[in-house]
Design a protein around this ligand. Structure first.
Ligand code: 5GP
Length: 179
């Protein structure tokens, strides 16, 4: 807790380890009621969600599978522009309840890409879970089913989230000090 410095920026403590863990317990109980009988496949979106996803599944007291995937964009043909794909999804999700686990949903562009990639895959249901949600930035219509914390439009790091690759390895969340 306190202040940390990552490269040229300073960050102050914002959401404590205990608050994060309390919210995760509540989310896990809500997920159990909702999908606890469905043998869901959790899909952690790399890189940012790896800590949240691992804490969340350990609080989920029901049978589940987990995989981690990366959303990659590449330039397609000139007419189609940028194309997205999910790297690492090597199993069929046909008929499955899929729980997409994100670290943060900001504008929603990433979730929109993931939704487009998953919705024709034959999944029975797609559930979106995010650690952090920025309601003032979100501009998409895809409902985010479970959010641990709503936060204002401020840049945060820690607990999996990075600044230029730094700061992921903390157990609480920090927000930027504007100076
Ligand atoms: P989107 O705008 O597509 O919802 O969010 C895109 C990505 O931007 C997120 O997955 C995350 O990697 C990054 N991002 C958005 N807001 C923040 C933030 O406050 N801190 C960090 N570290 N990354 C963020």
């Amino acid at each position: 807790m306190g202040i940390i410095k990552l490269q040229d920026k300073r960050f102050e403590s914002y959401i404590s380890k205990d608050r994060i863990q309390e919210r995760i317990k509540v989310l896990a109980e809500e997920l159990k009621k909702d999908i606890g009988d469905d043998k869901p496949l959790f899909l952690g979106i790399l890189n940012g969600s790896f800590i949240f996803a691992s804490d969340l599944i350990r609080q989920c007291d029901f049978p589940l599978n987990i995989s981690f995937v990366k959303v990659a964009s590449y330039l397609g043909t000139k007419s189609s522009g940028s194309v997205s794909q999910l790297i690492g999804l090597n199993e069929s999700i046909l008929g499955k309840t899929v729980v997409v686990v994100e670290d943060i949903v900001d504008t929603g562009k990433t979730i929109e890409k993931i939704d487009a990639l998953l919705k024709n895959s034959g999944a029975k249901r797609i559930v979106y879970v995010t650690l952090l949600f920025k309601p003032d930035a979100y501009s998409k219509n895809i409902p985010i089913d479970y959010k641990a914390f709503d936060i204002p439009n401020e840049f945060v790091v820690g607990y999996g989230l990075d600044y230029n690759g730094w700061g992921r390895n903390t157990d609480c969340i920090y927000k930027i000090v504007e100076e």
